[in-house]
Design a protein around this ligand. Structure first.
Ligand code: SAM
Length: 376
């Protein structure tokens, strides 16, 4: 018995490697029920995640867990993120396997027939040639510490290697394909049996050379044979459709907040055009708690500076005019849009502006209970 369970330790090992090396494209070979892929889904550096397994049935069970959640649509991520699952064999080359930064193969090789095992290094290290490869397999030296039932840990295992066998295989592969390799593992042995090594043995291979575009292009003519089982692109702010929704929503939210901030400002009315003339009704203000008001509606430092520079919101009659330049100084909107031109483009036709298109125009009305009713 291991705490955390051995499979979780393996996933954590791969996740730590991802966090350390920050690959953008990761493929998991022999991904089975997608559990490792699901764990990796939360690594922010990954933009493309691919799973491959010979068994479509295994993959289909849990594939839906890789789809976006409703909250992913409500708050799209800033990164591009896609997940693709292929049915096919690791013993066969397919151009969809090219251009990966990292490949994981967790508890797969011991399931391969000898002919497949023979091809595996050529597919992974020769054809795919990612910068980083992590391979795990059971350590046969450990087996006598496990409850004894069969020779191998699983009936489908074609072999289980001793540490020396795995290390010989790994060193040979590294030498043949110009990689460096380090051996480690997860699942520590008990204190009185430390010489057996880890329960799961792991090899981490690092490519020694730079792969050029030309090298990849030379391999890309290979015939496409894998079957695409699942493909999904998560909502992302890189997609203009989602960026537009996010910018419009944020603009509406900020407009509402600014309007409320004007309403609750305690300065007396002096002249038409001063934002505070609504404060004649202040005794009814629903936000009499100053701290609560400050937290929810008070202008930020950037807004205060913009107001001082003369480009703050203005209240005329029953309308608030909020200059777009003023809105753009709000960090969240600036972060979303990047440039003022993008803000203009995203809200065009979606938000009501004044006659020259320089400010958002919002109507405000005060009812007898002094609550603010608005339409924008
Ligand atoms: N990697 C998974 C994990 O860590 O949760 C578990 C892998 S499971 C023990 C082995 C997987 O290898 C099975 O899902 C099996 O279908 C797959 N497999 C076996 N032979 C394969 C082949 N030639 N190509 C691709 N996948 C294969």
């Amino acid at each position: 018995m291991f705490t955390p369970p051995l499979y979780k330790q393996r996933y954590q090992f791969v996740k730590d490697l991802v966090e350390k090396h920050q690959p953008r494209k990761v493929a998991d070979l022999g991904c089975a029920d997608c559990s490792l892929l699901w764990t990796l889904k939360f690594c922010k550096c990954i933009e493309e995640l691919v799973g491959l397994d010979i068994s479509e049935y295994e993959m289909k069970d849990n594939m839906h867990r890789l789809a976006p959640l409703p909250c992913d649509y409500l708050q799209p991520s800033t990164r591009y993120f896609s997940v693709t699952m292929y049915q096919g064999s690791v013993a066969v080359k397919d151009p969809v396997l090219l251009n990966f930064d990292m490949v994981s193969s967790i508890e797969l090789i011991e399931h391969l027939e000898s002919a497949e095992l023979e091809m595996f290094p050529e597919v992974v290290f020769g054809f795919m040639a990612p910068a980083l490869v992590v391979i795990s397999t059971p350590n046969f030296d450990f087996n006598h510490l496990l409850p004894k039932s069969t020779l191998f840990r699983h009936p489908d295992h074609k072999f289980e290697w001793r540490r020396v066998e795995f290390q010989n295989w790994g060193l040979n592969v590294a030498d043949r394909y110009d990689y460096s390799v380090e051996f480690t593992g997860v699942g520590s042995p008990p204190a009185d049996a430390e010489d057996v090594g880890f329960c799961t043995q792991i090899a981490v291979f690092t490519r020694n050379y730079m792969e050029t575009v030309e090298m990849v292009n030379n391999k890309s003519g290979t015939k496409h044979v894998y079957k695409t089982v699942f493909q999904i692109v998560h909502p992302s702010l890189q997609d203009e459709k989602y960026l537009r929704i996010a910018v419009v929503n944020e603009t509406m939210h900020q407009v509402e907040r600014i309007k409320r901030s004007l309403w609750n400002d305690g300065r007396p009315v002096e002249k038409e055009g001063d934002p505070q003339h609504l404060n004649t009704e202040r005794k009814h203000c629903p936000f009499s708690d100053a701290n609560k008001w400050r937290k929810n509606y008070a202008p930020s430092e950037a807004e205060t500076n913009a107001q001082k520079a003369g480009c703050g919101p203005v209240l005329r009659k029953n309308k608030v005019y909020i200059p777009l330049q003023y809105l753009f100084c709000i960090p969240k909107l600036q972060q979303l849009c990047g440039t003022f031109e993008v803000l203009l483009k995203m809200i065009a036709g979606k938000i009501h502006l004044n006659h020259d298109g320089s400010a958002v125009k919002v109507k405000v009305e005060v009812d007898h209970d002094a609550s603010l009713i608005s339409e924008s």
